[in-house]
Design a protein. Structure first.
Length: 195
């Protein structure tokens, strides 16, 4: 997670609300991510939140490392049987360790200037041809939402170029919109790439 104090404070304060609001939601691309990896594959849930996706990955037979910058979210994930730990996007990742990395609407909290380094770190953490799925809100600029969380918005060409620059090749894109914790209807995209 981003080390932004205000963003983390919101997640620490609203962790239970977040977990209840989004429990058992259909996470765009998760089923395809799981299906694309062999049983026992090692994966990273980068910004795991309350651990819903990580728990589903574990139940499907994947070996999951889960990270989040919110202490409350890490506690909720652990309560679900997920081996989660407190970490930030800037913390080093083990090189060549993962068959897949799942970053569902987490990297959007990182400042734009840091995104190239974060994507390079994810690329280095993947095995050759490793799978990476990233979900982001679409738009332009950086802003705080009504709750005070920091967001960086991306256009499809912009994030595609950043992913290409980091050494990924784009396989698929999905688009939609949804209501988040702040109550706004926001457009989003999920991009699936290979290292």
């Amino acid at each position: 997670m981003s080390g932004d104090r205000e963003t983390l404070a919101v997640y620490d304060c609203r962790a239970d609300d977040y977990a209840q609001r989004f429990a058992n939601r259909d996470q765009q691309g998760l089923d395809a991510f799981i299906a694309a990896l062999p049983r026992g594959a090692r994966v990273l849930d980068l910004g795991c939140g309350p651990g819903d996706a990580a728990a589903r990955m574990q139940a499907a037979g994947l070996s999951v490392d889960a990270l989040d910058g919110s202490e409350a979210m890490v506690a909720l994930a652990r309560d679900r049987g997920v081996s989660a730990r407190l970490a930030f996007f800037s913390d080093p990742l083990e090189a060549g360790a993962y068959d897949g990395v799942w970053a569902s609407f987490s990297l959007l909290h990182a400042p734009r200037r840091d995104m190239p380094a974060h994507l390079a770190a994810v690329h280095a953490a993947l095995v050759p041809d490793g799978l990476f799925v990233v979900g982001l809100k679409t738009g332009t600029g950086e802003a705080r939402d009504a709750l005070g969380r920091r967001y960086t918005y991306y256009t499809e060409p912009e994030i595609s170029q950043l992913l290409l620059d980091a050494g990924f090749r784009v396989e698929a894109r999905a688009y939609g919109e949804g209501v988040g914790l702040a109550g706004n209807l926001d457009p989003w995209m999920v991009v699936t790439v290979r290292a």
